[in-house]
Design a binder for this molecule. Structure first.
Ligand code: PGA
Length: 252
């Protein structure tokens, strides 16, 4: 059986609608009948419904970059899980480092968002990662432990069966700095071990762990050849159809 890879494209706050449509069409054309890695794109909220239609009947799934902790009510600007599922969105990013750093999503909020996604059948990608300061003060593993523990605690392996994890060292996001394959592999192996201690080794052996942080066509294959790197969460390089398609195709 070939290995499972999951590649996400996080468009962040980029692209106009025509640009997003062009990217969507470009990806569809380039991926054609490609049967390798699973692919998910995460457009901004206003384009989700358009993208769900554009990728209808394709191998590319569509996810949201965030969701609100509450189901409905007086939360001006919030986007609820039911709004997302009602337009055909299937995936969601939870706890991206920019949500944590720029919008103040605490570990508690991240945990609530994960619970809401799971309870409503959205497939979550839980993002974890240390900052440069934390790495330099040797806190990488304690930070990851705190982030994993607070989000996953209280859930059964069954409830988390569709979970995707993304290890994204914050110092590598959007900076052009990438963890070397060996550096990333070391952390991924640790994450898998720690997840095993929380949820059991059979769960840990099958949960996909993506790497994120300046992944591009030139470094994707090296990262994805590591035994515990099961995919990538791609920001900048997912905004151009040729580079994102190349990354998807390099996963095999
Ligand atoms: P980047 O972003 O590929 O532009 O570094 C990755 C991410 O934030 O998911």
């Amino acid at each position: 059986m070939s290995r499972r890879y999951v590649i996400g494209g996080n468009w962040k706050m980029n692209l106009t609608l025509p640009e997003a449509q062009e990217l969507g069409s470009g990806l569809r054309n380039r991926l054609g009948s490609h049967r390798g890695a699973e692919a998910i794109v995460y457009p901004s909220f206003p384009y989700l419904q358009t993208m769900v239609k554009r990728f209808d009947d394709s191998r590319v799934a569509v996810g949201a970059q965030d969701l609100h902790t509450e189901q409905s009510g007086a939360y001006t600007s919030g986007v609820s899980v039911q709004m997302l599922t009602s337009i055909g969105v299937t995936h969601v990013l939870i706890g991206h480092s920019e949500r944590r750093a720029v919008f103040g999503d605490s570990d508690e909020i991240v945990a609530q968002k994960l619970s809401v996604a799971l309870a409503n059948g959205l497939i979550p990608t839980l993002c974890i990662g240390e900052t440069r300061e934390e790495r330099h003060s040797n806190e990488t593993f304690s930070v990851l432990e705190r982030q994993l523990n607070s989000a996953l605690r209280g859930h059964t392996p069954q409830a988390l069966s569709k979970l995707i994890l993304a290890y994204e060292p914050v110092w590598a996001i959007g900076t052009g700095l990438t963890a070397s394959p060996a550096q990333a592999q070391e952390v991924h192996a640790w994450v898998r071990g720690y997840v095993g201690s929380l949820l059991g080794s059979s769960f840990a052996s099958q949960v996909p762990i993506q790497y994120g942080g300046s992944v591009k066509p030139a470094n994707a294959a090296g990262l994805l050849s590591q035994p515990d790197i099961d995919g990538a969460l791609v920001g900048g390089a997912s905004l151009k159809a040729p580079s994102f398609a190349d990354i998807i195709k390099s996963a095999h």
